[in-house]
Design a protein around this ligand. Structure first.
Ligand code: FES
Ligand SMILES: [Fe+2]
Length: 358
């Protein structure tokens, strides 16, 4: 870890970010940088993994990955939501292979070591043949879990600070925008595979400078001249796009460190929780969870999902194009248009801060 701090601490990069240069192009391609991001960001940060509807009853579970760390989230018999490393204490297989389901225990698919829903080892085949088999020392590694409304967050760090330290004023901002989690249901998940580094996908979300050029339909609806960017918060930034000809109405966006994007639209607003999952240095997966108010009409849901899919596909073309350009080595870094792209600078400073350990 100390070695990495040295590698990615560079006063020249820190001051370049202040000036509005972007992170070095090679940080979007380099497998060593990606490895450092997994260890220093994705193994330490609070990350959205899914929603409470996925673990409605005791025994319900789903699996995911934080960086390359396999995780299983389960509702235990006492009603608590738990998260464990989905890695067997026997020989290291993933315990659960399925994406989701319901079980009374977590039995490893390899040799059948069986864990209780609280992560403790309940039984291992032939355990009576092995003297002093200390089951109590062989529980699954447990991770911090917290919820915000229906959203479940997991932090794999043993030194995790509370989720509220990261989300800060964001719940209040959402409430002010009219979000009422109690009235919302998760209706749909869309998954997009993107041939671009996860940072490119987040950065693309953090500016609407590209909207007039790259999103013609969006720009017929949203006043992109009046688009507002707010970067005064530590771990998130917020965005507001007024609707043309409809004063007081607009679309709210937010980006929460490290990889969660929110989109709030409609009145009362529907919410998208969009996680940008890092796959490798040049690939990511965008998972879009659509939450709608209980009284949203079928037509509204269809329109919103279609519009969001159109804009997402336009964005993917942009992100993959940036990846090819940054990979080429033709430029060492980019140059931000700060009046419009402060959200990118805000995000990149956090990336630098975590990779440098400063
Ligand atoms: S690796 Fe899980 S039981 Fe052997
Ligand atoms: Fe876009």
């Amino acid at each position: 870890m100390a070695m990495e701090s040295k590698t990615y601490t560079d006063a020249a990069i820190a001051s370049a970010l202040e000036r509005g240069d972007t992170l070095p192009a090679r940080w979007y391609v380099d497998a060593n940088v990606f490895q450092a991001e997994k260890e220093r960001i994705f193994h330490r940060a609070w990350q959205y993994v899914g929603h409470t509807g996925q673990v409605a009853s005791a025994g319900d579970f789903f699996t995911t990955r934080l960086g390359d760390l396999p995780v299983v989230i389960v509702r235990d018999t006492g009603g608590a939501i738990r998260a464990f490393a989905n890695v067997c204490r026997h020989r290291g297989s993933e315990v659960v292979l399925e994406c989701a389901g319901s079980r009374k225990t977590l039995q490893c698919h390899y040799h059948g070591w069986t864990y209780n829903l609280d992560g403790s080892l309940r039984a291992a085949p032939r355990e009576n043949e092995q003297p002093a088999f200390a089951k109590e020392t062989l529980s699954l590694a447990a991770f911090a879990v917290e919820t915000w409304g229906p959203l479940i967050f997991v932090n794999p760090s043993s030194a995790a600070s509370p989720l509220r330290d990261v989300i800060g004023e964001l719940p209040g901002i959402f409430e002010h925008a009219g979000v009422d989690f109690a009235q919302m249901r998760m209706l749909r998940r869309d998954v997009y595979e993107i041939a671009a580094n996860w940072k490119i996908v987040v950065e693309n979300f953090n500016e609407c400078y590209h909207c007039p050029i790259a999103h013609p339909k969006f720009s017929e609806v949203i006043d992109t001249d009046a688009y507002r960017v707010e970067t005064d918060y530590e771990y998130f930034s917020t965005y507001y796009g007024p609707i043309l000809g409809s004063p007081g109405n607009g679309v709210n966006y937010a980006t929460l460190w490290p990889n969660l994007l929110f989109s709030l639209y409609g009145n009362p607003p529907n919410l998208q929780a969009i996680s940008v999952v890092p796959i490798d240095a040049e690939h990511s997966r965008q998972v879009v969870d659509h939450f709608f108010a209980a009284d949203a009409s079928e037509a509204q849901i269809r329109n919103d999902v279609e519009f969001s899919d159109l804009v997402t596909r336009e964005d993917i073309v942009l992100c993959e194009s940036v990846q090819r350009g940054l990979r080429s080595g033709a430029i060492e870094h980019g140059k931000l248009m700060l009046s419009r792209e402060r959200g990118i600078q805000h995000f990149q400073k956090l990336v630098y801060r975590f990779l440098s350990g400063e």
